[in-house]
Design a protein. Structure first.
Length: 418
């Protein structure tokens, strides 16, 4: 008889694993070191703004099949919002040029033949160069595969790579950008419609999962940091939670869904990515509410993507090493003019704001660190890994996190821990 599964970590990877196993009838126990679930994908009420905001901005594309399947499993499939068709408005903050990228319906990109549908000053061949990413070697960067001298590089390839990889295009691993293109833009318009959480990340990805786990009788313990594991022979036999010993029975399994440094501290000899990259998010309260949601790509400034929901405008700066150590006041003063320009607010004064810094937002998605990603299985037959930093073949995104959780659940479903 299958035993319990101890899931350590209640981020999206841990929750997706726990939900899938619990729905399959396994008894799952979840331990979370923090006082809330979600990890880097969560919402909180900010006093300065008097609004619920996300700790970071996350965009899902309609081709992210694992993320959408997870939302369907937890009853939150209708919690995302976005345009009815795939369209990506851009604004060049240096030149003032604005355009909207609208991919075609089919998997063959006939739309690039028309100059009216392409990014300004780009050529059809510039898009076809993206196929070089499919044949990139393990050590290749995005910039190695694409022509940095072409306008399309600055106006599309580079902002896409920075957003997806949280790394500059001249260091980001090309092997991670290609699967994203293949599964979204490569499948046509219906697979690359942008979506964001209409009422916040927690209400889409976290709260419904916790509710479902409660209904299924699978408890989640908060403020329960696993400080050590007892390893005997080829299996885990116990967990230490602040001095409390949790026995891991012979038929039980453990899924570690924690950051790479934490996993490395618990598992002897585990190789994990060592370097990380920062993200800075700025949230600004507007003077009025706007209907619906909007997403705008920004080129030629500090910000890269703007998300507007009701009366909150949020901007993201990925690969934010140059910004992360500056004060919130300095960062806000640099970001707000770009927000005001994108929303056509003129010289509106700086409104209430909240700057959120994530110094270790993702592992460094560069070739050397990608090579250090471990798989789902470990040297201990009842110990498994999940997390967007594991070897999913995808970048460290919500989609990657969910797939890692589903991978761990799939291995356990085969009875691999017995």
């Amino acid at each position: 008889m299958a035993g319990s599964v101890h899931v350590v970590g209640a981020g999206v990877a841990g929750l997706s694993c726990a939900v899938r196993l619990a729905r399959a009838g396994r008894l799952v126990r979840v331990y979370e070191a923090a006082g809330q679930a979600g990890g880097r994908c969560r919402s909180f009420h900010d006093a300065a703004l008097d609004r619920l905001i996300d700790n970071g901005n996350h965009m899902v594309l309609s081709g992210n099949r694992a993320a959408l399947a997870y939302l369907d499993e937890i009853g939150a499939a209708d919690s995302l919002a976005g345009p009815p068709r795939a369209e990506f408005p851009f604004l060049d903050l240096e030149s003032g040029l604005a355009w909207t990228l609208r991919p075609g319906a089919g998997s063959i990109p006939w739309w690039i033949i028309s100059s009216r549908r392409r990014v300004p000053d780009s050529r059809a061949g510039d898009y076809l160069r993206g196929l070089r990413l499919a044949f990139a070697g393990a050590g290749a960067t995005v910039a190695d595969c694409l022509d940095a001298g072409r306008p399309l590089y600055r106006r599309f390839w580079e902002p896409l790579a920075v957003a997806v990889l949280n790394a500059l295009a001249d260091e980001g691993a090309a092997t991670l950008l290609w699967p994203v293109l293949r599964e979204t833009f490569g499948r046509g318009e219906a697979a690359c419609r942008p979506r964001i959480a209409a009422a916040g990340l927690s209400r889409s990805f976290v709260d419904p999962a916790l509710s479902l786990l409660g209904v299924l009788g699978c408890p989640v313990r908060f403020n329960a940091r696993v400080r050590a594991m007892t390893l005997a022979g080829d299996r885990v036999t116990g967990l230490d939670i602040g001095g409390e010993a949790i026995a891991v029975e012979a038929s039980d399994a453990v899924v570690l869904a924690v950051p790479p440094a934490a996993a490395g501290g618990l598992i002897p000899g585990l190789e994990t990515p060592r370097e990380s990259r920062a993200i800075v998010n700025g949230h600004f309260r507007l003077e009025r509410e706007w209907p619906g949601v909007s997403i705008v790509g920004l080129v030629g400034g500090v910000s890269q993507w703007l998300f507007r929901r009701a009366d909150i405008a949020s901007v993201t700066v990925s690969a934010a090493a140059a910004l992360i150590d500056k004060s919130a006041d300095v960062i806000a003063a640099r970001l707000w003019p770009e927000v005001a320009r994108a929303l056509e607010l003129g010289d509106a004064p700086l409104p209430p704001y909240r700057i959120v810094k994530e110094k270790r937002a993702t592992f460094a998605q560069v070739p050397a660190e990608v090579a250090r990603r471990p798989g789902t299985r470990t040297a201990w037959h009842n110990l498994f890994l999940a997390g967007d930093w594991t070897g999913t073949g995808l970048p460290a995104t919500i989609e990657g996190a969910v797939r890692s959780g589903h991978a761990a659940a799939a291995v356990l479903s085969t009875g691999a821990n017995t």
